[in-house]
Design a protein. Structure first.
Length: 189
């Protein structure tokens, strides 16, 4: 009833990649989780932990809710910086999308806003992750491990909620590692 103003600003997109342009942080949700520390894609935080982390952010956050029939694909989840899982019944572990949204928004409403930190724009963060991946390729990292290691890097750095300055410093460090590799190659010739 009171959402007309919000709905009037809505825009339709065809892909998740289009939907997350301009966001600082993207959070995916799913009923499928893992308890294994090696299951990087589906290592989760709770809605309360998510709310606490998001209260620190000065910037835009996107929440991606999965389809009711089969949730988010692994490719879609790999675009997300955080993964939120809502525990439910073992007999029926999947919530409908409106129920999941209600729980997440309720948790967000409970968190008091304190001092907020400006976080890196998504486009700049994606460049950092891509540079990391390219460095793995350049140093001869095992090709079959690059995707998972890159996703692990994204998730670890996402939890740090890095500032634009920190992103620039890390980009510079990754550039330096590429320079060192190229100098090594010149010396060996």
């Amino acid at each position: 009833m009171k959402g007309k103003e919000i709905l009037s600003r809505m825009k339709m997109v065809n892909t998740l990649e289009e939907a997350i342009v301009g966001l600082n942080v993207v959070v995916g949700t799913s009923g499928i989780k893992t308890e294994s520390t090696k299951g990087v894609l589906r290592n989760y935080i709770t809605p309360a932990e998510f709310s606490k982390e998001m209260s620190k952010i000065k910037g835009s956050v996107g929440i991606v809710l999965g389809r009711e029939d089969n949730g988010l694909t692994n490719d879609e989840l790999s675009l997300c910086d955080f993964f939120v899982h809502i525990d439910s019944s073992d007999e029926y572990p999947i919530l409908n999308v409106s129920g999941a949204a209600g729980i997440i928004f309720y948790e967000l409403s409970k968190t008091r806003k304190g001092r907020r930190k400006e976080v890196t724009r998504r486009e700049d963060f994606d460049l950092l992750v891509d540079r990391f991946r390219k460095n793995l390729e350049n140093i001869g990292y095992p090709p079959h491990r690059i995707a998972k290691t890159t996703l692990l890097f994204r998730r670890v750095i996402s939890r740090a909620l890095i500032s634009p300055y920190e992103n620039r410093v890390l980009m510079g460090a990754l550039d330096c590692s590429r320079l060192v590799e190229s100098q090594r190659g010149l010396r060996q010739k």
